[in-house]
Structures are given as structure tokens and as C-alpha cells.
Design a protein around this ligand. Structure first.
Ligand code: SF4
Length: 248
């Protein structure tokens, strides 16, 4: 069984295109932008083109689907790590192509994560109804300034609503968790990483416990994220909104 993602809370990642425009503090050290530049792709900013991907790349999830079906498993697919699927500059036709792919892969749980939840409703396919059974919708919230993203997210019907509080850049003592099924928390990593404090993480964990929301602590981050690890109060927190297979 092959997983193509090293991200702790998923098994695979898929990118419909590369490129994006920064929207808030959480974007400051965007990993995807740095990686794109390293590969020589100038695809960041509203005026820059996006990088389109090959037909072979688009066929990969069909292979994961076949494997999931064969093994009677469900895989999780994070979409997108190198873009924001709901951004204004989504290349023509690519979002429709993604919805088609999602319809063809019912054994994959598509984790669509965005910093633009205000754009989700107008980006959905006509047959969305109360939400596709294999799509989880999520939004990123790094601090209180963008907390309104949560109410915009839960307005849209979905099988799973989730929050990615990463990089966590401030305390979030009053998270509106009604309608939220899953919360991921993580600190920023790499050179110049902004700090995360244990009290912030504990507070979020406690709010999730109280509201019976699955809580996943991804990492403390920092300059040496491996050394900093991902334990909180002596244990890891790997809860998911569904029973999952091991990703080790
Ligand atoms: S929205 Fe996401 S992909 Fe886009 S610039 Fe911000 S962090 Fe990077």
C-alpha cells in the first residue's frame, strides 16, 4: 500500500494546479510558494499564471481509488497543498475537472482546505445537494482576525467540516465549534517560524473535548520540528472524524 503524503492527517495529496495569492498572516511563509520557486515556477500572485499539470498526474487518484476499492479501504486525499482550490484565479476548467474526478472516486475522502470559504458556495457543482459523501470541507484559521472564516464554512452543507489551525499564530479561546467535526492544530516550522504557546493548544484541545469534536495535534513546529515533536501533555492526539487506516 503506497501513500504519497507525509502530512500526518492524510494519506495522499493531490494538486489540481500550482500557484496562489497570499491573503492573510498565515500565508507569510507559505511553504508552497517557496517550493514552487525552488522548482523554477513563478506562479504566486494575482497577476501570475498558474502551473497546470499533466493528464498522467490527473489519473493518479483513479489508481488510489482502484486500490481503495480492492483493499476495501478509504484513503484521505488533501487537496490542495500547492494551491487554494477556491481561489479567484483558478485556471479555467480545472475546478470542473476536479469535481469530475471527485465523482469518479467515491472511496477517497477529499479534504478540500481553503482560506477563502466565502468563495465555496459559488464554486460547488450543481448536484452538490447536502454535500458529496466523499468530500470534507475545511478552512484555515491562524488567529482571531480571520475567525469569521468558520461561520462562512459551516454555512455550506458538507459531510465533514474541519478547521486547520496551522500555523497557529495567536490564542483562540472562543472557537465557534457548532457544526465542526474535526480540528487540526499545528505550529509554524522552518527558519523564522513564529511561536506557538502550549496554553493556546491546550485551550483548543479542551474546547474540542467539551464540544466532542475530533482533535488532531500535528506539530509544535519551530526551527527543528522533528525535535520539537508532536506530543501534548505526554501523548499524541490523532483523532479523526472517521475511523482511519494507519499512515505509518
Ligand atoms: S492561501 Fe495557502 S497556498 Fe495560498 S498563499 Fe496562503 S498559505 Fe499559500
Amino acid at each position: 500500500m503506497g501513500f504519497n503524503s507525509r502530512i500526518e492527517w492524510t494519506t495522499h495529496t493531490f494538486n489540481p494546479w500550482w500557484g496562489c495569492t497570499k491573503v492573510s498572516r498565515g500565508c507569510k511563509f507559505c511553504y508552497a510558494e517557496a517550493l514552487s520557486k525552488r522548482y523554477g515556477h513563478d506562479v504566486w500572485g494575482a497577476r501570475k499564471p498558474r502551473r497546470l499539470l499533466s493528464d498522467n498526474h490527473w489519473r493518479e487518484p483513479l489508481k488510489w481509488e482502484a486500490e481503495a476499492r480492492r483493499e476495501r479501504l478509504r484513503f484521505q486525499v488533501f487537496c490542495a497543498s500547492m494551491a487554494d482550490v477556491f481561489e479567484e484565479k483558478a485556471p479555467a476548467g480545472q475546478l470542473d475537472r476536479l469535481w469530475d474526478l471527485i465523482r469518479q472516486t467515491p472511496n477517497l475522502d477529499w479534504q478540500l482546505l481553503t482560506k477563502r470559504p466565502h468563495r465555496i458556495a459559488d464554486s460547488l457543482p450543481e448536484d452538490w445537494g447536502s454535500g458529496y459523501q466523499n468530500v470534507w470541507l475545511g478552512t484555515s484559521v491562524e488567529d482571531r482576525r480571520v475567525i469569521d472564516r468558520i461561520s462562512l464554512l459551516v454555512k455550506v452543507p458538507a459531510k465533514v467540516h474541519f478547521l486547520s489551525l496551522e500555523p497557529l499564530l495567536g490564542p483562540l479561546p472562543d472557537l465557534p465549534l457548532k457544526g465542526i467535526n474535526w480540528v487540526i492544530v499545528g505550529g509554524e516550522s522552518g527558519a523564522g517560524a513564529r511561536p506557538i504557546y502550549p496554553d493556546w493548544v491546550r485551550s483548543i484541545r479542551n474546547q474540542c473535548l467539551k464540544a466532542e469534536v475530533a482533535f488532531f495535534f500535528k506539530q509544535w513546529g519551530g526551527f527543528n520540528k522533528k525535535k520539537a515533536g508532536r506530543e501534548l501533555e505526554g501523548r499524541t492526539w490523532d483523532e479523526m472524524p472517521v475511523k482511519r487506516i494507519s499512515v505509518s
